[in-house]
Design a protein around this ligand. Sequence first.
Ligand SMILES: [Mn+2]
Length: 426
Amino acid sequence: MKLSLDKISDHNSKLKLSHQDEWDFLSNKLSKEGVDVDELIQKIKDFQIAVPSWALGAGGTRFGRFGIGGEPRNLEEKLADIGLLKDLTRKTDSVSLHIPWDIPSDYSAIKSLASELGISFDAMNSNTFQDNGGSETYKLGSLGNSKKAVRDQAVAHNIEVVEIGKKLGSKGLTVWLADGSNFPGQSSLRSALQWTQESLTEIYKAMPDDWKMLLEYKPYEPNFYHTIIPDWGTSSLLCKSLGDRAKVLVDLGHHLPNTNIEQIVATLMYQDMLAGFHFNDSKYGDDDLTTGSIKPYQLFLIFCELISGSEDGAQAWESISWMIDASHNTKDPLEDLMQALEMISISFAKALLVDRRKLTTCQIEGDVVGAQECLQEAFQRDVRPLVREARIQNGGAADPIMLYRSLAVRKNLISERGAESRSTGL
Ligand SMILES: [Mn+2]
């Protein structure tokens, strides 16, 4: 389904009056405070977040999966869904593919469809967490498996993913390993790390010079005694051994409860070691809940560190990749993604409004209360009119979910693709 742009302008003109009042009030106030409103809006407009190809179907748990209907049946339909999201939100202009779920059957057709929709190919994702028809099993690990034949197969898979990405114009490989052990004594902790390092070295050497490797970590699941890359420190250590183009990928859900993620971000940026982000939210573990639905203050604090790290020159903003990595099986995935994109934009906008000069003075002078006030002043602000204004200026809908529902997009997708269509993925 392709959205006619007239529908967006009709929708926007209906909401124009109420939006204009709210926006005039906020922009006047910001201008009086000395904020360069045009520059602020430009930053929000420019901030684009990749959508993974697996987030467009109903997610699932190990207990069950409840289809949403009208799910994309192939890569072409996945791109079409991202095109819809792009038209409505103007917040996403790239897709992150997962191999083997999304191997193109016709590369030039896929490339021309993507360019027609204005979508580029973000980092590629390899899959060695489930068996993919190779002769060896990943039951007891992949890149860090004790058997060389298994490691070789996993390395070859990653190199194949790079080759596929090269044909599409991608510039990055994301590696997340499910490797680890479920019981003490099951594996040699040190050897497993060494084998992983050796396998990653082979993959890194096979990447083109203008590619980067994004190395993800996770403390537990699917292995519950140990994972080979449990934390940012281990990931960082491996990346440093590989070379400058390997950096650490932070998935918000891949931390133990109450971990200070903003500090991890600050530490990684201090060393120019932050590859990118996987946005989601969590209450207990890797819950893959919608970004900002549980801990919006944490998300804001993370953005504060990102902005301060880039403005202070620790690490360039452009060197960081952004992607949503969540899926929830009780929501329409497109609506879920719109909610996530909105919350990410809101947190980013609030963090941009922090008076950093005042904050630095408070920090240096030891004004604890003043420093907290600086953050609260920005966090408590209602920036929704600002985010909406940026979206409207970019050609998006004033209220993407409202328009999506009023056009009955899901119903249309169900009549196009069927109620039982099922997207590839988990
Ligand atoms: Mn992830």
